[in-house]
Design a protein around this ligand. Sequence first.
Ligand code: NAD
Length: 272
Amino acid sequence: MSNSDMKLVVVGAAGRMGQALIRVIHETEGVKLHAAVGREGSAFIGKDAGELAGVGPLGVPVTTDPLQAFLDAEGVLDFTTPATSVAFAGLAAQARIVHVIGTTGCSVTDEEKFQAAARHARVVKSGNMSLGVNLLGVLAGQAAKALPAAGWDIEIVEMHHKHKVDAPSGTALLLGEAAAKGRGIDLAGQSVRVRDGHTGPRPAGTIGFATLRGGSVVGDHSVILAGEGELVTLSHSARDRSIFARGAVTAALWARDKKPGFYSMLDVLGLS
Ligand code: NAD
């Protein structure tokens, strides 16, 4: 460990992603765990964050006090809930540090608050921090552009573990946005998020979403372009949460010397 290591705070430290983040920080050169923040009332408060994540003691107890945790920190890695991420965005802006937001299911109002925080913080936000999914988004955009809307319907199918609380996934929406951009259309006005009962034929030019939930699936996504007599499927399967955690750490290091602003993983990966 060296003095120049980037000092990172993991919020939501007891969560599935929180623990993956602690493990990846531990094994990555150039970063160190500065503090770990958990939810008020959690059984993990006061416990060593490293022991919690299975990498042995790190001398960093899980705290409920973000103000203390953000003191002298250089970045915050945040995979929590929309309301929590909005609150932490305000604190990261005050501290003028890097805020990497992986939380999904955020509303338009939440997004406006992240944009406002980005006047002072360096915010990197993405519904999926993995290299593979961000590349898939670029490919989906190219495919949507190349295959004419008149003959090719776009459907996005996703499956996640049974504990996931928002739908469609942030990744499915990211892929939908990429396809919509490729087609030059507005996703909000053109998406079909649910089908049930006598729906009538598929409205031309729309982008459909289908959501599956079950078991321990980390995240599977397919973008299907369905034409007359042929089908193109672009897909990604996440086998391990460490791909998102590695992406988040890469994003923090990338943003370390950037100006305040709102960035995406495409900026970090040079795919924008
Ligand atoms: P999880 O429920 O296992 O973890 C969330 C954690 O946040 C919990 O431990 C909870 O106690 C904690 N938390 C909630 N409010 C808090 C507060 N006020 N202070 C401190 N901690 C608080 O969920 P998860 O599977 O780790 O996913 C978390 C989020 O990340 C979800 O929105 C999920 O969709 C998203 N996610 C994003 C990516 C990506 O690459 N962008 C990848 C995986 C998951």
